[in-house]
Design a protein around this ligand. Sequence first.
Ligand code: C2E
Ligand code: CA
Ligand code: CA
Length: 704
Amino acid sequence: MPQQPAKTAATPQASCPLSFGYDSQQQAIVEDLLRLVTYICRTPVVLLRLRDRLWFQFPQTPDPLVEIAKTLVETTPTDRPIVWSQETSIPDNSLQFYVRIPAIDASGQIFGEIVACDRTPHAWTLEQTEALQTLARQATRQLQPEPHLVNAALLHPHPIVICDATGMAIALNPAAETLTQQLNTEIPNLFPRFHPQLIKACLTTRQRRERIEVSLNQRTFRWLYQPCKAADFVYLYGFEITDYKQSEAKLLHEALHDELTGLPNRSLFMDRLRQAVERIQRHRRSNTPDQFALLFLDLDRFKLINDSLGHLVGDQLLQMIGRRLESAVREGDTVARLGGDEFAILIDNLQHQDEAIALAERLHKLFRSPFHLYASPLDAHTETDSRTFHEVFTTVSIGITLSAANYCRPENLLRDADIALYRAKSLGRGRHEIFDTTMHASTIALLQLENDLRRAVKSHQFQVYYQPIVALDTGRIAGFEALVRWNHPERGLISPSDFIPVAEETGLIVPLGSWILQEACTQLQQWQAEFVTYPPLTMSVNISSRQISHPDFSQKVKQILQNVQLEPGSLKLEITESVLMDNADAAADLLEELRAQSIHLCIDDFGTGYSSLSYLQRFPINMLKVDKSFMNNLGVDEENSEIVRAIISLGTNLGMYVTAEGVETEEQLVQLWALHCDYGQGYLFSPALDRQGATALLTESPQW
Ligand code: C2E
Ligand code: CA
Ligand code: CA
């Protein structure tokens, strides 16, 4: 019985995947065979059809006759040779002649068919038919699939599909079949949408197409389209890449998100910002109104929380803040963690810039309620009453930039938001500021200063100057105040008022302050040894807020005193009222520790800062230093004289010494004598001097 050619290839028989057995050698045989057929038949095109609907053609140039011949063969199968020729020539392009020779294999099955055709009638001989039959027998023998190649395809763990020139699947291996069952689908659904075009491109260029991805039911495959060398069919090799895709997606997510909070990270944020900038530029060109705003946020006391409660608690806080921020914005806005305690928000599609300010205000309000942070992360997940938590308040400072200015680069937006943030911070905490261009210049100068300062700490550009403090009863030098000077290589001497705040802000004051303390104590020790006729000289050193809150501070002071072998009673630390009050809790313990070492404590700039005096009893203070602003018109201006009088009597009553600073005139000195002030310091006696200058002054031993 002749075998019916398969009309569809929905489920080609895996048990007889003839075409999987071909190798390139057999394809070469097919080509030779077809070439011989053309010699015998003298037709412009000859074809070989194999039983799984694979067509081989020679020559391979496209010819409309081929389609006509194929249709004929597919629709009217035959098991015997057929020769047909139009008697007379009709000058058109239709089929006028064909020969069909079936190839029968050993078991009597039709193995394939040789077809030759032409658009003109042919004379035909029996010898020609016999020659073709011989060739068909040859083909049957030589083109039996190689069992090992068949097996390779059958056992191949990945799907392999053969498609004909129309893209129809004409053979699949078991792996491909299993896949269709698993996915409960038909094989064509496994192909990409542009499958027919790919097949066509593959066959016309004879080049493979790689990495064609298809996703179906949450699984992803990659196909390789490999054209068959000698015939019009394409092998499709499939690889499942679902796992790879998932890990790729996971990696991508990780690369773009902050691990701790799950929020977008800096890269993703910058990307969204870039898109927003580009969109605005497009819209500006088309005159479509569009705006966005960038909010740069920084927590005000995060370091303190992290240092005092530990990193685990700090992490919890960051996570909670992430959630709070997200709750405050609309869908479509981006909340990101840029690193540390820095967050950023991109609000898109802004109608008016007031919306950005409104959001900033909403955020400040959100931060008014406390965060409950569990001492142990486990507590956060249990429901018992025994869990302990810290109630923590924090505020946030916010810098805002608006897209209204002509920004081209997202980095510049972020930079300017950072500048506005810096301004917000320096104006006090829990505030927001909108960037304006004047901020830029001052920030650049500040940044420059900060950079220079970092370098200066390393390259020892600092020098300590000493200003004498005079005991007003004897009129002789009782000690010095150490005042730092910065010898800037280009800008010359820079006043501490200009760089100490930056050093504080950046934390550079901690190493710098230690160095000053060490330098001043060493110097004092030398002077004490050299100038024995003086009552033991003292050294006053200014201490800043960052130093006080540093946990090692008291230890550091102790160590320095030991190293230089200085009596602790000779050292006076000057702290301003505001520094003291800002760090009240930490300061109380610290000052007690210092006092226990017999170090003297002095309130600097007294009278300018804090209004309540109750703290004077709370802290162990030895000395008040009347601020120099009260020296103006001392003795002339009644009010200032009254204040100085009040401070001196307050100090005396609390058992503290009083020093007047900024003493510039004889009149002031006379008044201070009259008020029984203990010490005086100021240009009247001497400005701050370098080491040699101060040593010379001590040698001179002046008396006022
Ligand atoms: P301060 O602690 O109040 O220091 C006194 C300032 O008044 C010094 O300015 C001193 O030179 C100046 N001064 C002295 N006598 C007179 C006078 O008769 N009239 C007037 N008008 N001023 C006088 P300087 O050295 O520029 O220091 C400014 C501030 O910088 C200091 O104020 C202090 O707050 C800070 N500072 C200076 N050195 C250090 C330091 O080593 N560490 C820290 N943390 N701060 C320092
Ligand atoms: Ca001082
Ligand atoms: Ca002062």
